[in-house]
Structures are given as structure tokens and as C-alpha cells.
Design a protein around this ligand. Structure first.
Ligand code: B12
Length: 305
């Protein structure tokens, strides 16, 4: 974490040193630490907050109004405004061909070396989209076609899951972020979509509860009473029969009467027309997920208390 003296903060933000001092005295939105020789020292976050305050003033807000809103809420809004856009990345086909060729016969060391080396050199979000999700699709398809055995599929699936969760576990826990429950409803066992969504939501500052595959919605409802989620995200990969789709819809409607519910994944897209005139949101791609999360982060009430 960098420390900045007041003259540098003035340069970085375009605010005068006097304004910075007056805001500190009157509004306490930014309280710098003091160095051994009593110079004010500001963090990177303080600098970002000053910039955000300046933008808000340019949009017509008053400093008094912003001070009443309070530092925590302002920081939350600032982070939501700056959450990175979700970019769409194409699969890394040549790498995937190489990895698949290590599976039959299995060459564990080379497979893992090649995978680890490729993931290490690009941002993790890109690695998820270009490598991990396409790898899951490729290996799953090979199993469905009877070309790899289920033990190999399980081995690769577990590696993909470990990579996702080891990064999720390293993210700073945002206890005051919006609470998002993520699961696959009963009968849905394909869980990588839900896990990828877990990573994306956690990386953007949500407080995520990942509940895994095959979760009966009645049990999810019980947990909701305890957690009071700001959003429930359900992943559906399989296309349902008409009867199963209607049954699921009935349960989703019940859930959405009390809690905000959104569904995504290929199976959810096929429910499309059934979701019209319901309170259930369809997030049909990662771009709509991004917008939903940005919205949620910007209106997060938990930060105010
Ligand atoms: C991998 C896979 C498996 C793996 C699952 C590993 C696991 N633990 O998750 C294995 C090999 C175990 C498997 C098993 C089965 N599978 Co399978 N499987 C697949 C495969 C190849 C990929 C699915 C997947 O994981 N995709 C990875 C995700 C990340 O990609 P995606 O689905 O495109 O998701 C994207 C978006 O939709 C979004 N997204 C996903 N969820 C959400 C949620 C939200 C909120 C948002 C915003 C976005 C979002 O994220 C992704 C971003 O790119 C598909 C075929 C295919 N190519 O799609 C078949 C497929 C889904 N499987 C199928 C079936 C039938 C099965 C089995 C029932 C087979 C059987 N007879 O046993 C079993 C059931 C599962 C079980 N009991 O374990 C069928 C489903 C048919 C249908 N009715 O729709 C498919 C379509 C294959 C086929 N062509 O027939 N499968």
C-alpha cells in the first residue's frame, strides 16, 4: 500500500491542499495518518475516494450531502462504479488441444505443468474464460462421447474446481458486501457455471455463499430466512422437460416472492418465455450478470449500517 503526502494528493486529484484540509476538519470523510514528523499520510484508497468525491461534486452533489452519506457508503459506491467490466474471451484452443492430448494416456505432471504455466501468465478472470471453462466443456464432451473415462473427467473437473476455489479463498472477505447465495437447483449436477459465477461475484466485492449442486429450493428458502440474501443466483445447465420446467418455475416463483432471484446458464435460457411476467430475472450472459452485480453493489444497504 502506498502512502502519499498532501501535495501529491492535490496533484493526483486536482483538489487544492486547502480544500483537502478543510474537508478533513469539517467532514472527517478522509482522516490521514501522521508520519513520525507529523506529515499527513494518505492511502491509495483515500486518493481514490477524493477523486470519487470530486466526480460526485461535478455531478451536482454537495460535500455536506456526501458527508452525511458517510465514508463506508461512499467507498462502497466508489468500488461499485469502478468494478471491472466483464470482457468476453475466446477459448485458448491450441493450449486446450495440448492439454487434452495429455489425458490419454494420462501424463499427470505434464498436464498440470502446462495448465499451471498457462494460468500463471494471464489475469485469472481471463484464465477462467479462456482455459478453465472451455477445458471443462471439452473434457465433459469427451466423456459424453465415450472417449475418456469418468475417472479422467473427475480428475480434470476437480483440478478446475480447486483452481477456482483457491483463488476465491484468497480474495479479501467483504463482510459488508451484498449477500449473494449461489447454487444449482435440485436435479442439476453441472456445477462449474455456478462456481465461475461465485468467483466473479466474490471478486467484485459480494459476500458470497456457494451452496453447490442439486439443492432443493425448499431448503434454500430455510437458509434465506437466516441469511437475508440480497440476491439468489441459480445456475441451470440442463434443458428441462416441460413438466420439470413447470415444477421448477413454481418453486422459483415461491422463492422470488420473498427474495430477489436470478437464473443463468444454458438451461435457464431455454426457460425464457416462462419467466415473462415473473419477478425472476434471466441473466442470459456474463454481461447481464455484470450489470446486475454493479447495480447490487451500488445500492448495497449493508454498508450504511
Ligand atoms: C461438463 C459436462 C458434464 C460433467 C459435469 C461436471 C460437473 N461436476 O459439473 C459430467 C461429465 C460429470 C457430466 C455429467 C452429466 N451430464 Co453433462 N455436460 C457437460 C458439458 C460438456 C459441459 C457443461 C458445463 O459444465 N459447461 C461449463 C459451463 C461453465 O459452460 P456453460 O454451460 O456454457 O455456462 C456458461 C453460461 O451459461 C454461464 N452460466 C452458467 N451458469 C450460470 C449462472 C448464472 C447466474 C449466470 C449469470 C451465468 C451462468 O457461465 C458460463 C460462462 O461461459 C455439457 C455439454 C456442453 N458442451 O455444454 C453436457 C450436458 C450439459 N450434460 C448432459 C447430461 C445429460 C449429463 C448427465 C445427466 C449424463 C448422464 N446420463 O449421466 C450427467 C449428469 C450430471 C451428473 N449426474 O453428474 C446434457 C444435458 C442435456 C439437457 N437435457 O440439457 C449435456 C448438454 C450434454 C448433451 N449434449 O447431451 N456432464
Amino acid at each position: 500500500m502506498n502512502k502519499h503526502r498532501i501535495h501529491r494528493v492535490a496533484k493526483l486529484t486536482g483538489l487544492s491542499k486547502d480544500v483537502i484540509r478543510v474537508w478533513e476538519r469539517r467532514y472527517s470523510l478522509v482522516k490521514p495518518l501522521r508520519s513520525a514528523n507529523r506529515y499527513r499520510e494518505y492511502t491509495d484508497e483515500d486518493v481514490s475516494l477524493f477523486r470519487f468525491l470530486k466526480e460526485e461534486l461535478d455531478r451536482g452533489q454537495t460535500i455536506g450531502g456526501l458527508a452525511i452519506e458517510g465514508r463506508d457508503s461512499l467507498l462502497q459506491r466508489m468500488r461499485a462504479n469502478s468494478i471491472p467490466k466483464l470482457l468476453e474471451f475466446a477459448p485458448h484452443s491450441s493450449l486446450l488441444d495440448g492439454l487434452i492430448s495429455r489425458l490419454d494416456p494420462l501424463d499427470k505432471s505434464r498436464f498440470e505443468q502446462q495448465l499451471n504455466a498457462a494460468i500463471a501468465v494471464i489475469p485469472f478472470e481471463e484464465a477462467v474464460q479462456r482455459i478453465l471453462l472451455p477445458l471443462q466443456r471439452r473434457v465433459g464432451e469427451l466423456w459424453h462421447e465415450g472417449r475418456v473415462n469418468i475417472a479422467i473427467e473427475h480428475y480434470v473437473t476437480k483440478i478446475i474446481q480447486q483452481k477456482l476455489f483457491s483463488v476465491i479463498n484468497q480474495l479479501p472477505a467483504n463482510e459488508f458486501g451484498p449477500r449473494v447465495l449461489i447454487a444449482c437447483p435440485e436435479g442439476e449436477y453441472h456445477e462449474i457455471g455456478a462456481q465461475a459465477v461465485t468467483y466473479l461475484a466474490a471478486a467484485r466485492g459480494c459476500h458470497v455463499y456457494y451452496l453447490g449442486p442439486n439443492l432443493p429450493l425448499a431448503d434454500l428458502e430455510v437458509l434465506c430466512e437466516r441469511v437475508h440474501p440480497d440476491l439468489i443466483l441459480l445456475s441451470l445447465t440442463e434443458t428441462k422437460s416441460e413438466e420439470a420446467a413447470l415444477h421448477l418455475l413454481h418453486n422459483l416463483r415461491t422463492l422470488s416472492q420473498r427474495w430477489p432471484v436470478a437464473v443463468g446458464g444454458k438451461g435457464a435460457c431455454t426457460l425464457g418465455p416462462l419467466l415473462e411476467n415473473t419477478a425472476i430475472d434471466l441473466l442470459d450472459d456474463l454481461g447481464t450478470l455484470h450489470n446486475r452485480l454493479a447495480n447490487l453493489l451500488s445500492t448495497n444497504q449493508r454498508a450504511f449500517h
